[in-house]
Structure formats: structure tokens, C-alpha cells
Design a protein around this ligand. Structure first.
Ligand SMILES: NC(=O)c1ccc[n+]([C@@H]2O[C@H](COP(=O)([O-])OP(=O)(O)OC[C@H]3O[C@@H](n4cnc5c(N)ncnc54)[C@H](O)[C@@H]3O)[C@@H](O)[C@H]2O)c1
Length: 247
């Protein structure tokens, strides 16, 4: 895929979490096509291998597990003696309604989406130098509280990701590392398969959101935020929702 947004990325060393599927896979492939060396991190190693291909590096990781994240970034960070960019796309969703949500479900969302993002940035940044860039993947549910498929617990975890992005930007900015986020709208990936595979539900969702986006559209945004083209952007969120919040 060609990309204006990822210009200047040739030769950069990039790690992408959640790279086996959806937005992470599309981002990894886009950056590879721009000449990056991409480490594809995912709990689904076969999927990460499929994304990485012969030129990339596939690394198994459970982002919710501290030793696993430390090991994975050690592998990714030492493979090419450092990292220039990181995209944290690994995440899970839960569609349980508010009164039925259990504490275990809430904790699982936080373990993967919040602690997983925290650990990935903490460990990824250890292998970065001045000029490196990070893009965290949040969601417009951070602003809406959920609604179309996701519910409050998921939205809360993504709100925490946005706040964390600001905190990371404050702490890593003085080290010359830029941190930003992309907040996707409704994107047709396996993540929302439960809604999209049922034609009736799909029609309802499309009517509600107006536009369903593609993983490639979000990949363009993430690639821009980790590229030199965004070198004056720091601590910001790029909302890419096809206008849902304007409806
Ligand atoms: N699809 C959407 O509509 C949408 C909207 C807003 C935000 N997002 C966010 O985008 C990100 C990517 O979602 P997607 O749509 O590409 O979903 P996806 O299900 O296609 O991909 C998510 C990937 O994360 C991996 N993953 C999940 N838990 C993991 C763990 N503990 N350790 C390592 N890897 C793990 C999965 O194996 C999978 O490859 C998520 O953070 C999600 O919250 C998606």
C-alpha cells in the first residue's frame, strides 16, 4: 500500500503490538511497505508470523503479563539494536451490559487494554533514543462511553489509555520521545465480528455510525503519527471515526 502519511519511514525499526490482526496487522504491513523493519508482537504467534512475512520479526507476547512483555521487547529491541517507533494496537473488547458486567470482566479489560499499553510503552521506550515516536490506539468510546457495540467497561479502559498517553507524553517528551494516540471509530475487523457477521445487527450499526472504517484507514493515521511528518505533534489524539462524533 502506498502512503503519503508514512513518508520518511524507510529503514526505521518499529514494533507493533496486536500485529496479528486488524489495525495492528494493517499498520505493520503499511510500515513494512514503506521500508521499515517491523517487529510484529501478538499473543497469536502464527498470526504475527503471517503479518511479519519473511522480512519482519514475529514475537509472541501477552501484553497483560509483565515478564512476557519484558521478554518480547528485549527480543524486538535487540534484533536491530533499538526501536524508532512503537504502535500499541493489542486490545480486547467486551460487550456485556453494565449491570451484567462482572469485576473479572472489568479487570480483564484493564489488564489487556490499560496495563498492556502501559507495559508496552514502558518496555518499548527502553530501546528508544531521541527522535523516537509512539502511537497508542485508543477509541472514540473514550469520548462517548461506548454505545454501538462496546459498553462502559471497554470505554473506561480506552479512556484510561488516552489519559495514559498524556502522562507518557509528559514523561517521555523531555527524553525526545513523542507520544500520541489515534482514536478509531467503528472499524470492520474481527474485533467487532459479533456485530458485523449478523446482517440485521450490521444494518443497525451502519445506520447508527454512518460509516464503517477499514483497518487500513486507521493504519494511515498511526503511520503518520510515528512518522517524521508528525514531528511537531506530541501528546495529541487523532480521532479517525468517519465523522461519528459530528453526527
Ligand atoms: N475495530 C474497532 O472498531 C476499533 C475501534 C476503536 C478502537 N479499536 C482498538 O484498536 C485496537 C486493535 O483492534 P482491532 O480492531 O484491530 O482488533 P483485532 O481483534 O482484529 O486485533 C487485536 C489484536 O490484539 C491481539 N491481542 C489481544 N489480546 C492480547 C494480549 N493479551 N496480548 C497480545 N496480543 C493481544 C489479538 O490477538 C489481535 O491480533 C484495539 O486496541 C481496539 O481497542 C478498535
Amino acid at each position: 500500500m502506498s502512503s503519503v502519511s508514512a513518508a520518511g519511514m524507510a529503514g526505521k525499526r518499529v514494533a507493533v503490538t496486536g500485529a496479528a490482526s486488524g489495525i495492528g496487522a494493517a499498520t505493520a504491513k503499511l510500515l513494512q511497505a514503506q521500508g521499515c523493519r517491523v517487529a510484529c508482537l501478538d499473543r497469536n504467534l502464527a498470526g504475527a508470523r503471517a503479518t511479519a512475512g519473511a522480512d519482519g520479526l514475529a514475537v509472541e507476547v501477552d501484553v497483560a503479563d509483565e515478564p512476557s512483555v519484558i521478554r518480547a521487547f528485549e527480543q524486538a529491541g535487540t534484533a536491530w539494536q533499538g526501536l524508532d517507533a512503537l504502535v500499541t494496537a493489542a486490545g480486547i473488547i467486551n460487550t456485556t451490559s453494565f449491570f451484567d458486567t462482572t469485576v473479572a470482566e472489568f479487570r480483564q479489560l484493564f489488564d489487556v487494554n490499560v496495563i498492556g499499553s502501559f507495559l508496552s510503552v514502558r518496555e518499548g521506550a527502553r530501546y528508544m533514543q531521541r527522535g523516537a515516536r509512539i502511537c497508542m490506539v485508543a477509541s472514540i468510546s473514550s469520548y462517548t462511553g461506548g454505545g454501538y457495540v462496546a459498553r462502559g467497561a471497554y470505554a473506561t479502559s480506552k479512556g484510561a489509555v488516552l489519559t495514559m498517553m498524556k502522562g507518557c507524553a509528559r514523561e517521555l517528551g523531555p527524553k525526545g520521545i513523542a507520544v500520541n494516540a489515534v482514536a478509531p471509530g467503528f472499524i470492520d475487523t474481527p474485533f467487532v465480528a459479533s456485530a458485523m457477521s449478523d446482517p440485521v445487527r450490521r444494518k443497525e450499526v451502519v445506520a447508527a455510525v454512518g460509516q464503517v472504517g477499514t483497518a487500513e484507514q486507521i493504519a494511515q493515521c498511526a503511520a503518520f503519527l510515528v512518522s517524521p511528518a508528525a514531528d511537531f505533534v506530541h501528546g495529541e489524539t487523532l480521532i479517525a471515526d468517519g465523522g461519528i462524533l459530528m453526527r
